[in-house]
Design a protein around this ligand. Structure first.
Ligand SMILES: *Cc1c(COP(=O)(O)O)cnc(C)c1O
Length: 354
């Protein structure tokens, strides 16, 4: 039976990407060798890395604008500290919109003063803070554009004279933005781009090299840039698969095309959540994410009925994060409108039963 994969991460990837990636594991480019048993310095793999870096900048419309794209390791979690290590001289601002920004704050505190510019902790991160004043003189301001766990998403971005740093792990390549407003973007591959093991970092070069501390080589963005993202052995399978997803997205018509589909999926699901008395949305309406929709049953006694129907329909990965409970439907780029339709059908069946 066809499964509908709503997993929050690692997540669904386009079927053709999975097929091509598995073929390359068996025989890469007709070489008679596997992608994962050749040198990362071979001509074939160097081309993969170059293509992946170039596609990332092209899709974000950041080519020839002073940015570099890197595929690093350590996940978004390592960027929490790498960002601070590379950019923090005395103090940085953070908007606290949930677990992931909280973890970023914790790491940043190892390197300097953290000013919490805004927070939605008081309501378990149901909303995106607004009306805060960004202080002057920050080394950078850090935000999390999409809060995977709570299903909230920035629609408007803070204005600051400091470099703007954004954890876009769970909504990169999903919607059109003026990406040149950001000075550093990072995203773990496993949410919207590829398998776990690679982190995309897109950085404006002019913000680097300004701190007085000595940065260890592996943590230094400038070292990785100078080595074309090959300072050490990259995660070859994750980079290759990410490249395939970026090619898939380009062929589809880029971010503009996928955004249209993503908005359709989100509209379909949220209108069901709002109209169906069996369900209640978690995040504030105006801050709802088009990637991760969080909701609860209005009557907990219906839990086992709902979960049985989900299972029968082949729906996977709908459990909410343990810190929020309820349900979370992650509708990343590769999830089809049809899959969202199957979920909505199950939800309306619940209404008929209830
Ligand atoms: C999943 C996630 C992370 C953590 O990513 P790792 O690659 O596991 O370190 C960080 N930020 C956001 C927004 C996420 O969704």
């Amino acid at each position: 039976m066809k499964k509908h994969n709503f997993s929050a991460g690692p997540c669904i990837l386009p079927k053709e990407v999975i097929i091509k990636a598995s073929e390359a594991v068996m025989d890469f480019n007709g070489s008679g060798l596997s992608l994962i048993e050749i040198s990362h310095r071979s001509k074939d793999f160097v081309a993969v890395m170059e293509n992946a870096r170039s596609l990332a900048l092209e899709l974000l419309d950041l080519k020839d604008k002073g940015y570099q794209a890197l595929f690093l390791q350590g996940g978004a979690s390592l960027e929490f500290l790498r960002v601070a290590n590379n950019l923090m001289e005395t103090k940085a601002g953070y908007l606290n919109t949930g677990t992931w920004s909280d973890k970023a704050i914790k790491e940043a505190k190892l390197y300097g003063e953290v000013v919490e510019v805004g927070s939605s902790k008081d309501e378990n991160y149901k909303y995106i803070p607004k009306g805060y004043a960004v202080p002057k003189g920050l080394d950078y301001l850090h935000i999390t554009s999409n809060n995977t766990i709570y299903g909230t998403q920035f629609k408007k971005f803070p204005v600051t004279d400091a470099p703007l740093v954004c954890d876009m792990s769970s909504d990169i390549f999903s919607r059109q933005l003026d990406f040149s407003k950001f000075d550093l973007i990072y995203a773990g591959a496993q949410k919207n781009m590829g398998p776990a093991g690679a982190t995309l970092v897109v950085v404006k070069e002019e913000i680097l090299g300004k701190v007085s501390r000595t940065i260890p080589s592996m943590l230094d963005y400038q070292v990785h840039i100078s080595k074309d993202s090959m300072f050490n052995t990259p995660s070859v399978f994750a980079v290759y698969t990410s490249m395939l997803t970026l090619e898939w997205l380009k062929k589809l018509g880029g971010i503009a095309a996928i955004e249209e589909i993503n908005e359709k999926k989100a509209r379909l699901l949220y209108s069901e959540i709002d109209l169906n008395p069996v369900f209640k949305g978690y995040a504030n309406t105006e801050d709802r994410s088009i990637m991760n929709a969080t909701f609860n049953l209005t009557d907990e006694s219906l839990k086992s009925t709902f979960e049985t129907l989900l299972k029968e329909a082949g729906i996977n990965g709908l459990n909410g994060h343990r810190s929020v409970g309820g349900y979370r439907a992650s509708m990343y780029n590769a999830l089809s409108l049809e899959s969202v339709g199957v979920l909505v059908d199950v939800m309306s069946e619940m209404e008929r039963k209830g």
